[in-house]
Write a protein that binds this ligand. Structure first.
Ligand code: FES
Length: 68
């Protein structure tokens, strides 16, 4: 689904950005351009970023539990 119509950014692109190492909304904005024009998508973009970072951190914590 498209989140940002101005820049053509999808929720998948935001999740991919987090997967590639972005850890904040600001970094996702820099990577994708989401929310950098009219700003109407910022609230949804931040929410998707927050959830993706949370999922990513939970996954890495699980990896640690197995590694120890
Ligand atoms: Fe994302 Fe306009 S819809 S900046």
């Amino acid at each position: 689904m498209y989140v940002c119509l101005c820049k053509g950014v999808s929720d998948k692109a935001i999740r991919q950005s987090v997967e590639d190492g972005a850890r904040s909304w600001r970094e996702v904005q820099r990577e994708t351009g989401c929310g950098t024009q009219c700003g109407k998508c910022a609230c949804m973009g931040k929410g998707i970023t927050r959830d993706a970072v949370r999922e990513s951190l939970a996954f890495s914590t699980e990896e640690l539990a197995y590694a120890v």
